[in-house]
Design a protein around this ligand. Sequence first.
Ligand code: OFO
Length: 175
Amino acid sequence: MLSKKVADSVNEQINKEMFSAYLYLAMSAKATDMGYAGIANWLMVQYHEEMFHAMKFYGHLVAIGAQVDLKPIAKPLTAETTIKAIFERVLEHEKGVTASIHALMDLSIAEKDYATQNLLRWYVDEQVEEEKNAVEILTNLKLLGDGLQGLFMLNIELGKRKASVPLDFTAVAAG
Ligand code: OFO
């Protein structure tokens, strides 16, 4: 059984993952508006990844018999006007998520919640990957240049990304 503190924090984290999904969906819409379908594809895949992260936490609460307590999702503000600024925001956002996963791990250790610690190890690894992906895209932007030619190449590259998580969350949500 989860302690109340851990259950509350997992519910908060579900909200953060849902917000992440919403943010990437808004960014994807923005990239589409700007004419970059490939970049919009990468951000849409990221939206799916974040929904999967949220539902994996949801499944953990279900499996352990703790209450799911969904909270309102904030409006994602996307003031960025360039592709480079969008990916800088992606990296900054993921660093914030990493910090909240680590805080949740610290709490689970303090509460001697071994099941949640095991689950969180998956998220710790996932965050290494998420930050690495954003850094790689920013490095490519530096190498290719963020002029029209560079963005054209990046658009083709990011258009190849495919979802690596199931798009039907029924199984993961069942815990
Ligand atoms: Fe982007 O890793 Fe979840 O939030």
